[in-house]
Ligand binder design. Structure first.
Ligand SMILES: Cc1ncc(COP(=O)(O)O)c(C=O)c1O
Length: 390
C-alpha cells in the first residue's frame, strides 16, 4: 500500500465524506471533504490483521486482557516520546472526547469555569457548555504565521471560578507543537490559578520534521499533582471509530477521582478498540508512522506553496497534526464570504474558523490527511475561487 492509493470513504460511510449535508447543508459528489479530523488512507495490514484475528477467534464475549492495552500505551510513550509511565497510571475512556467530558465532570461543578486557549478544538467548548460549566477563553496571539501564548493578558481574563484548563498539545487547529518553555509557562499559570491541567495530547505522534513533541509531564514535572494527560491511537492511526483513549495520571488522588467517574458510568474498553490500539502501538505501527510523516510534510508543502499564491492569505506553518490553519484576514473578506468561496465556488469543505472560538474568525482549517492528488485538486480549485485577488 502507498499513501497515494485511492480509497473511497463514501462507500464506508465515513462521517467526513457523508455528513457534509447534516454538518453544513452541503450536497454533491464533487465536494472535497477537508474537515473532520481523520485520514483518508485505507488501514494498514497490521490493523486489518488484528480485526481478522478477532473474527477468526470468533469470540466477542467479555474479555480479560485490557492490561495488554495499558502495556502497549506505556511502551509507546517510552519508545516514541521518552516518557516512562506505569501501566497502572492509565484509566481507559471511550475516546478522548469522552475523557474530556468525564474530566469536566470530575474536577468541576455546574457553574464553575473551564479555561481554554482559543482558537481551539471546538468540542472543548461544546463539552464545557453541555456540562453547564462556563467557558473562560484565553485567546492566542496570531503572530508571523503562528499562534503564540499571550500571558500578559490571561491573568486579567480569569474570573476566579475556573477549576480546569484544557490544553491541546500539539495544538488543534493551529498546528503548533508547544515548546518546553511554553508548556512550563502553561503549567505555571495552572498552578497560580489552582487549576487541574488537562493536557490533551491526541495529536502527539503527528509531528513534522524539525519539531519535537514534549509531553507536558516531562516539560513540567512539578505539575504532576494537577496534571492529567490524554493520549490515544485514534488520530495517529485513524482508528477513531474504535472509541478508545488512555487517561494517564501519575498522581494517585487525581487518578482515583477520575477512575471513580468512569466507574460510576460503568464504562469499560471495547474489544475492537483494544485489539486495534494494541496492534498500532507496536514496531510495525512505528514503521508505518515513520513513513506517514514525510508524506504529510509533502502534502503541507504542496498546500502551502499553492495557497501562498493567493494575496492576503497566510498559511500557518504546520509543526504538528495534519490540520493546516489558513489565515485569510489579509483578504478583507467576511467569514460568510470565505465560506461561500471555499464551499460553493471551490467545492472544498474545510472547518470554519469561527467554530474554534475567539481568534478563529478570518481563518479556515484544512485537513491534509489525504492523498496528494486531493491536495493538488483542492489547491487548484481554491486558487481559481480566489483568482480575482491575484
Ligand atoms: C484535540 C482533540 N482532542 C480530542 C479529539 C477527539 O478524539 P477522540 O476521537 O478520541 O474522541 C480530537 C479530534 O479531532 C482532537 O482534535
Amino acid at each position: 500500500m502507498t499513501f497515494d492509493d485511492t480509497f473511497d470513504r463514501v462507500k464506508t460511510r465515513s462521517s467526513k465524506w457523508t455528513a457534509m449535508e447534516t454538518g453544513f447543508g452541503l450536497t454533491g459528489d464533487d465536494l472535497l471533504a477537508m474537515w473532520v479530523a481523520d485520514m483518508d488512507f485505507r488501514a494498514p495490514d497490521f490493523l486489518t490483521d488484528a480485526t481478522r484475528g478477532l473474527a477468526q477467534a470468533g469470540d466477542y464475549g467479555y474479555f480479560n486482557h485490557v492490561d495488554s492495552y495499558f502495556e502497549a500505551v506505556a511502551w509507546w510513550a517510552a519508545t516514541r516520546h521518552g516518557w516512562e509511565i506505569e501501566p497502572g497510571w492509565i484509566t481507559p475512556a471511550a475516546s478522548l472526547g469522552n475523557a474530556i467530558a468525564f474530566a469536566i465532570q470530575t474536577w468541576s461543578r455546574p457553574g464553575d469555569g473551564v479555561a481554554i486557549l482559543t482558537p481551539v478544538y471546538h468540542e472543548f467548548a461544546k463539552k464545557i457548555r453541555k456540562n453547564k460549566r462556563v467557558i473562560t477563553e484565553l485567546p492566542l496571539l496570531a503572530e508571523h504565521g503562528r499562534f503564540t501564548l499571550d500571558f500578559g493578558r490571561y491573568d486579567a481574563l480569569m474570573c476566579g471560578t475556573e477549576k480546569i484548563l484544557i490544553l491541546s498539545s500539539p495544538h488543534n487547529p493551529g498546528g503548533r507543537v508547544w515548546s518546553r518553555e511554553e508548556l512550563r509557562a502553561i503549567a505555571d499559570f495552572a498552578r497560580r490559578h489552582d487549576l487541574v491541567l488537562i493536557s490533551d495530547e491526541v495529536h502527539n505522534d503527528l509531528i513534522l520534521p524539525g519539531f519535537t513533541h514534549v509531553p507536558t509531564a516531562l516539560a513540567a514535572p512539578d505539575a504532576a499533582p494537577r496534571l492529567v494527560t490524554m493520549t490515544s491511537a485514534s488520530k495517529t492511526f485513524s482508528i477513531a471509530g474504535s472509541r478508545l483513549g488512555a487517561v494517564i495520571i501519575g498522581d494517585e488522588v487525581l487518578r482515583r477521582q477520575f477512575a471513580d467517574t468512569v466507574s460510576r458510568a460503568d464504562l469499560a474498553p471495547n474489544l475492537l478498540g483494544v485489539a486495534l490500539s494494541r496492534a498500532a502501538f507496536t514496531p510495525e505501527g512505528a514503521a508505518w508512522l515513520d513513513a506517514l510523516i514525510p508524506y504529510l510534510a509533502g502534502n503541507f508543502e504542496v498546500f502551502r506553496t499553492g495557497m501562498g499564491r493567493i494575496p492576503g492569505v497566510d498559511v500557518h506553518r504546520l509543526e504538528g497534526t495534519y490540520l493546516a490553519w489558513v489565515d485569510f484576514t489579509g483578504t478583507g473578506m467576511t467569514d460568510a464570504e470565505l465560506w461561500a468561496r471555499a464551499t460553493e465556488q471551490a467545492r472544498v469543505v474545510p472547518s470554519p474558523g469561527p467554530a474554534f472560538g475567539t481568534g478563529g474568525s478570518g481563518g479556515l482549517r484544512f485537513n491534509l490527511g489525504t492523498q496528494r492528488a486531493r491536495i493538488d485538486e483542492a489547491v487548484g480549485r481554491l486558487g481559481r475561487a480566489f483568482a480575482d485577488l491575484q
